[in-house]
Structures are given as structure tokens and as C-alpha cells.
Design a protein around this ligand. Sequence first.
Ligand code: NAD
Ligand code: ZN
Ligand code: ZN
Length: 394
Amino acid sequence: MAETQGKIITCKAAVVWGPKEPLVIQEICVDPPQKMEVRLKILYSSICHTDLGCWNGTNEAERAFPRILGHEAVGIVESVGEGVKDVKEGDYVIPTFNGECGECKVCKREESNLCERYHVDPMKRVMVSDGATRFSTTTDKDGRSSQSQPIYHFLNTSTFTEYTVLDSACVVKIDPNAPLKQMSLLSCGVSTGVGAAWNIAKVKEGTSTAVFGLGSVGLAVAEGARARGASRIIGVDANASKFEKGKLMGVTDFINPKDLTKPVHQMIREITGGGVDYSFECTGNVDVLREAFLSSHAGWGSTVLVGIYPTPRTLPLHPMELFDGRTITGSVFGGFKPKSQLPNFAQQCMKGVVKLEPFITNELPFEKINDAFQLLRDGKSLRCILQISKLLKR
Ligand code: NAD
Ligand code: ZN
Ligand code: ZN
């Protein structure tokens, strides 16, 4: 039994105190897990655009500070709360921002992965069981001792900390021999993209696809489409440096909207004889979403929305445009039910069906987390793996 079990742990975390403010690495207190909760030691965490979105604070309703961001990680179970049966101390796990209780109406049906109790919720900042946080400060942001203050949780996970507490519904056990850094990518980006291609669009062999936005999520869509035998994968990105990497994930054609004098959808319709079978929006930009929609073929084309849209603007379509027979749908966590489907997906990745290695472009120590944010903001990284704490033995 861990000697820390049932006790408060004091450890290091990267805390955000306000929109666009540098993250502060400081000491915090982490409470023991309560009923049906799990406390993890985070080993590696990477940064996803959704962390950046929250840090930017564009959507005022979602703001809550101080807060610990991060949702793409791999860790080891330190201790479990009452009633937790499916993981135990010492298990290797990945946190998932979209949980699965296994018992609600949605979890019992095949059609959706949005568990009634633990589905992703950007507004949520406290634990479900008692409405409290498990994190608190030991000092203020300038390092001066102060009265302890609660620190908010983020996306059911909060992984930019040496220790975190999650609902057990948001923890998935993985093979202890799995490559750990790569497994952290399954926590969000790669599962979200590959799942959008496999579970939502259900990409078939010999078909054509257009992917808008070639970050990790968009490139994971491409990698998923490649693994399913798509014959043409058109990558669209305003950052030309993403094109080289795209080739490794099966991207066959590149379009930089900045190089065109006509709308992207027009170009795509011209080079594909009417449009692609599937298009995916992975930038979080409503105008790009319209281009993605119009790039798909009339009659059967389907568009999958993956980006997160901080704007209050609504869907950029006239209802009559749907009479052309194109469909549009959204996808959270690639449609994967985390507990029941991720272990199998992880096995497929380990067998090389989906390549994970090319998504890791940078590695930095935890202390350099602000540099890692900057790399993503500048479009210079896909995923930067941060070493949050050291693994002593395995
Ligand atoms: P990223 O920042 O690494 O990549 C975004 C890419 O889009 C960049 O390469 C950028 O150059 C490109 N881009 C931005 N605006 C563009 C434009 N107007 N035209 C062309 N290209 C443009 O981000 P990521 O981590 O890959 O995440 C992508 C999106 O997916 C984000 O909106 C993120 O919040 C969202 N997301 C959704 C889910 C989900 O479950 N639905 C999960 C994870 C991430
Ligand atoms: Zn994410
Ligand atoms: Zn459920």
C-alpha cells in the first residue's frame, strides 16, 4: 500500500492564474481520492489545442482561475477511493476527458460515447461527488505563503501536476509494457482524430478525404483514413510547415488556402471531380467549417466536425443546403467509449496499425511548460511531451 494513501500529498503543479498569463510552477496540496475516485501520479503529459483554448480564455463563460489544465497524459495509480474496482495502486493508466460510467442509459447503448454523468464539459471545474476541488494552494502565485485557496479542475482530468484526482470513470488501464510517452497521445489527440475517421465517418477503402487543419488531431484523422485504405487524402493548412509531416500520415495532396485565388472547396471539387467522400474540420474555425462542408460530394459527402469553436457564431449553413444530400455531424473523443474501446485501440497502435511516433515532435521537462505552450501557439510542434514526474522502477 502506498505510504501516501489517505493523506494529502504536497507536489508541484503548473497553475494558470488568469487568461494568457504564464503558467506558474508551484507547490500545491492534492487531497486523497473520495468514493469512486482515483489519485494518479502523472508521468508524461502533452498539450492539446483545447488546453490552449482554455488558457486563451476567449469563451468567458468557461473561465475559472486558478486552474490546472492538461488532459493528454499517462500515469500510474497512487491510490483509489472507496468502491473503485477496475484499477488499483500501481496500474498504468491514461486519463480520459470524456468518461464512461458503464451504467447510465447512454453507456448502455452503442450510438453515443457521451456518458450522462462524466461526458466532457468545459464548464465543469469541481468533482461530481461533492462539488469540491481536490487541489489547493500552499502559496500565492508569487510564491508568498497565503491562506489556502481551491484550484479548479479542467476537463475531468487536470494533468499538468505531479498528482491529480479523477473520477474512476475517466481512467483507462493500459498494458504495463506499452510505450508510455506514446500512450499519452491516446488520451486525446490521436484517439480523437483516428476515431473520427473510423467510428464517425467510417472511412472505406478507396475513398477520398479532405482534412482541414493538420495539427495532431487533423493528422490523426489522416492516419486513420490511411489505415482504412483511403486512396486520396487532401490536407489543408495555412501553415506550410505541416505538409512534410503529413506525408508520413498518408496525406497525398496539400492545399494552402493562402496560395489560392479561389475558395478551397472549389479547388477540391475541381481536383476530385465534384468533391470528396469525407471532410473533417480540425481547426475550430467556423469559416473553415463551411469550406469543409462544401468540399464534400453532393449526394453522399459527409463532414465531421472535430474542432472546438470558441465563437458564439452558429453553423454557417442555410438549411436548404442540406437538400444537396451532404451530411454534417460532430464528434467528441472520436466516438470512442473510453473504458470499453480504448484498450483495444491501444493494442492496435502497439501493433503498428496506427503509427504514434511521428506525432511526438518535441520533449521538454515540466519546468519548460510555457515553452511547450509557445511551440504549439507558433505552430512549431504537433505534440510536445512533458516529463511531469520520474518513473522510479517498472
Ligand atoms: P493544433 O493547433 O495543433 O492544429 C490546428 C491546425 O489548424 C494548425 O496546423 C493550424 O495551422 C491550422 N489552422 C488554423 N486555422 C486555420 C485556417 N483558418 N485555415 C487552415 N488551417 C488552419 O490543434 P490540435 O491540437 O490538432 O486540435 C485541433 C482542434 O481540435 C482544436 O480546435 C481542438 O480544440 C480540437 N479538439 C477537439 C476534440 C474533440 O473531441 N472534438 C478533441 C481534441 C481537440
Ligand atoms: Zn485534447
Ligand atoms: Zn455513463
